[in-house]
Design a protein around this ligand. Structure first.
Ligand code: UDP
Length: 237
């Protein structure tokens, strides 16, 4: 990286946060997230992968009788709705934004074209990747790792809802679980730490891509992570 090239990050936002605890999009929540990103994006190239848990999770629908592949496509379509909502609020906050979708829907989003995404970032635009990988059986965490690798981001920033990093054990079940400042991918995988899915961890591990797992709350955390301040848990090799 040359000295004058700006820091480039891939931010993963969980869909659950967008709903503010319920189904759909809570405009107040998304607007607050967008203002934070727009401010930090003035100095950093920011690409975003949005989740869709506030609409549908394929695995949950399939447990209730739906075909898994079809349910996963519903999940991916949910991420596109989140991408459009985020685009809107980011634009209101003064950012220039392009949405790219892994499933073709050219009226609402560009197709996923990595080189074009890089060009947008160089021009100072925020790029939002919707529709996951366009493939069932994947999660948006894994897509975040893949997109980060493909566009040459320096790290994946995984913003979580309701948890502020990686813990030594599940903090909901074990009151002695400790939050870790740093952990290796190997340790996270061997210990079965599930805050991020194992496919995302292994993709990053195999390709030397560092990850920061942090909580979206309190306000200001997303901006800190984008700027590269120490926050949450750093996962690396
Ligand atoms: N999904 C998928 N392929 C992908 C990304 C997502 O099938 O490449 C589906 C999957 O059903 C998933 C849903 O979209 O449950 C929403 O994504 P995710 O659960 O990762 O969202 P988050 O938990 O981050 O809100």
């Amino acid at each position: 990286m040359t000295a004058d090239r700006r820091r480039r990050v891939l931010l993963k936002l969980s869909g659950e946060a967008f709903g503010g605890g319920s189904l759909g999009v809570n405009p107040d929540v998304v607007s607050a997230i967008a203002r934070e990103i727009a401010e930090a994006a003035a100095d950093v190239e920011v690409a975003i992968v949005v989740g869709g848990g506030n609409f549908f999770r394929g695995a949950e629908l399939s447990q209730r009788g739906m075909d898994r592949g079809r349910a996963d496509y519903m999940g991916m379509l949910g991420t596109v709705m989140n991408a459009l909502a985020l685009q809107d609020f980011l634009e209101q906050a003064g950012a220039q934004v392009r949405v790219q979708s892994a499933i073709q829907m050219t009226q609402v989003a560009e197709p996923y074209i990595p080189l074009r995404a890089e060009r947008h970032l160089e021009k100072g635009r925020v790029v939002i990747f919707g529709a996951g990988a366009g493939l069932p059986y994947f999660s948006t965490d894994t897509v975040a790792a893949q997109r980060a690798l493909e566009i040459g981001a320096v790290e994946v920033l995984v913003a979580k809802n309701g948890v502020d990093g990686v813990y030594s054990d599940d903090p909901r079940r074990n009151p002695d679980a400790r939050k870790l400042d740093a952990v290796t991918y190997q340790e996270a995988l061997v210990s079965g730490l599930k805050v991020v899915d194992s496919t995302a961890f292994s993709l990053c591990m195999d390709n030397g891509m560092p990850m920061v797992v942090f909580g979206m709350e309190p306000a200001g955390n997303i901006a800190k992570a984008i700027r590269g301040e120490a926050i949450g848990t750093r996962v690396s090799n």
